[in-house]
Design a binder for this molecule. Structure first.
Ligand SMILES: [Zn+2]
Length: 414
């Protein structure tokens, strides 16, 4: 029986979003949290973008030393051989890639404006797949951008060519959020049956259906005999109206009517990390979690009206579909209301040592030299993030100063 996998694309689609961005340390923390949750893969960045190189290499080092394991770190590039070449020059030990190219008439005419034909698109993509294989990529996804507005027969042709050249998966991108659950189910089921490789669902939320479409698409892939890989972002952050929210997709895949009887997740997901990852990403992007966000919104387990409050007190199942503890909620949160010392790019050793000694897991440095070394890295991390670091970030820097140093090294002059 084919299964459902999750590929989170916060570190690629999320950071592409207008007005929003993440520091390299924040991106790293997201990879670590996704790994803890049991997510299959993180689309961790752009190997052809120079300021990403040190971050990508440093994260692959975290894979090597077992800090990020078994999460797969996959890079996203355009499906052209030149990008594959640059990728392996910049990040030689990258193992997983997704190669993206537009497939709809709208994009071929409107974006390439006569520079590429339908045959050119397939030629670029297959050459890129072959190049990635030659360089040693372990797994390759061929992405059809704007798949939902692409002629289905051409999409099948694109998928078959990708498969023939060694692609492991076909990414069906509902780039503009144009599909609905019924159309995506039909399209993806046909693709799964006719192309015969696993399908990725990449859904946007322009019509408010990203989560529903992701689930329906996954059902289509599985009913068509193939594994389904749902693309998500944390808190649904992504281009325009965003992507399918990670927590909502997981909840839907685990809790929706009849779904667990008919479909299976590829591996266990630790939902109890949901609260932490959602709060961290909200802080990192500087975007509040909507009050009515599934699972993690402030009102997700709040009851006020008489009938509801009475009902939930008698038996939570009267008005709650799942339990807040499952999502890692319920602990009171400590908010400082008096004197507060925080980290910053101009922090000094005394304030910094105080902060480190007050952590839940206090850090004591063997000598002043070591403390100064870590403080220096914390200052650089603050230059990038422009806000106080969270406890996990401080602990990460204290534990892996060498890797933190790489993450924080940006060298545009070289
Ligand atoms: Zn996207």
């Amino acid at each position: 029986m084919p299964k459902i996998y999750f590929i989170d694309v916060t570190n690629r689609d999320g950071v592409q979003t207008a007005r929003l961005g993440l520091s390299k340390l924040e991106k790293t923390m997201i990879n670590i949290y996704l790994n803890e949750m049991g997510v299959f893969q993180s689309e961790f960045g752009f190997p052809t973008t120079r300021h990403e190189i040190n971050y990508l290499r440093a994260n692959l080092e975290l894979v090597e030393i077992g800090v990020i394991k078994p999460l797969r770190l996959e890079g996203w590039i355009r499906a052209i051989p030149a990008d594959v070449e640059i990728t392996f020059r910049n990040v030689p030990n990258i193992n997983y890639l997704n190669l993206s190219i537009s497939t709809s008439n709208q994009m071929i005419n409107g974006k390439f404006q006569g520079r590429k034909t339908h045959d050119d698109i397939i030629k670029d993509m297959t050459e890129a797949v072959t190049a990635a294989r030659t360089y040693g990529a372990e797994s390759i996804g061929a992405n059809a951008e704007d798949a939902s507005r692409t002629d289905l027969n051409y999409l099948i042709e694109f998928g078959l060519a990708a498969k023939e050249h060694g692609a492991d998966r076909l990414r069906y991108c509902d780039t503009l959020g144009y599909d609905n659950p019924f159309t995506i189910y039909d399209n993806v089921r046909t693709l799964a049956e006719k192309v015969g490789i696993p399908i990725e669902l990449h859904c946007h939320n322009d019509l408010g259906m990203a989560v529903a479409n992701s689930i329906a698409g996954a059902m289509g892939a599985i009913d068509g005999g193939q594994d389904a890989y749902i693309n998500t972002t944390i808190n649904g952050i992504g281009e325009r109206a965003g992507n399918a929210d990670l927590i909502a997709v997981i909840l839907a895949a685990m809790k929706s009517k009849d779904i667990t009887e008919r479909y299976e997740l590829a591996g266990p997901i630790d939902l109890s990390k949901a609260w932490k990852i959602s709060k961290f990403v909200s802080y990192a992007f500087g975007v509040p979690i909507p009050i009515n966000q599934p699972g993690v919104g402030a009102n997700a387990f709040a009851h006020e009206s008489g009938i509801h409050a009475d009902g939930v007190l008698k038996d939570p199942e009267n008005y709650e579909l799942y339990n807040y503890e499952e999502l890692g909620r319920g602990d009171p949160e400590f908010v400082e209301t008096g004197r507060e010392i925080s980290t910053g790019e101009y922090s000094g050793i005394s304030g910094f040592s105080h902060i480190m000694s007050q952590l839940e897991v206090p850090v004591k440095f063997p000598d002043r030299e070591k403390a100064n070394e870590i403080l220096e890295l914390v200052r650089y991390a603050n230059v990038e993030s422009q806000k106080p670091l969270v406890e996990d970030e401080l602990l990460f820097i204290a534990k892996y100063p060498g890797i933190a140093k790489k993450l924080l090294t940006l060298t545009p002059m070289v």
